[in-house]
Design a protein around this ligand. Sequence first.
Ligand code: AMP
Length: 197
Amino acid sequence: MTQAKNKVVVFLGPPGAGKGTQAERLAAEQHLLKISTGDILRDHVQRGTELGQQVKPILDAGKLVPDDILIALIRDKLAGMDAVRVIFDGFPRTLPQAEGLDMLLEELGAPVNAVPLLEVPAEVLISRIVDRGKQAQAAGQAVRSDDTEEVARHRQDIYREQTQPLIDYYAARGHLYRVDGVGSMDQVYGRILDGMK
Ligand code: AMP
């Protein structure tokens, strides 16, 4: 496979900004693998694996799972890929994770190409998350244990403290672009594509 086939996109933005939804569409349209660390961890919790049991209280409290666990998960996911065509959703969330990812990608010869930052005002985020919980409940679907107002607020604090420094990290490398995350799904998706050109 040639280098040009590789494509690595990192979706950055606070919890509730719509990263998962937008990343899913981009993945489908551009034949990329979406790697959502929240989904992977929730799957472990649901299956009751050793890792799941270890991380459940952390997810329930809206805190961050230790960096070494995340980096090992991503290392496994990327292992053996011919062409590295991936979108990261919810990873990296700390500077050590970003540095760990860069090291893994360097080994694979597939550097980060684009980092859209989805920007949404804080109060809109909380109501989106709480609504997501209510809608899942109304539809008889599993409600995320961390989609309550209290935990949602805590997750925003953690984002500000631990994940926001990544904005400078990726801006310094010339990969970051800002996307207004308020609007219809189509509008926001259009802005993501525009910034990627
Ligand atoms: P998310 O679905 O991305 O909102 O993630 C849900 C929860 O999974 C977070 O609140 C964390 O407890 C955990 N998690 C997901 N991704 C990471 C990560 N990159 N680093 C640490 N914890 C994570």
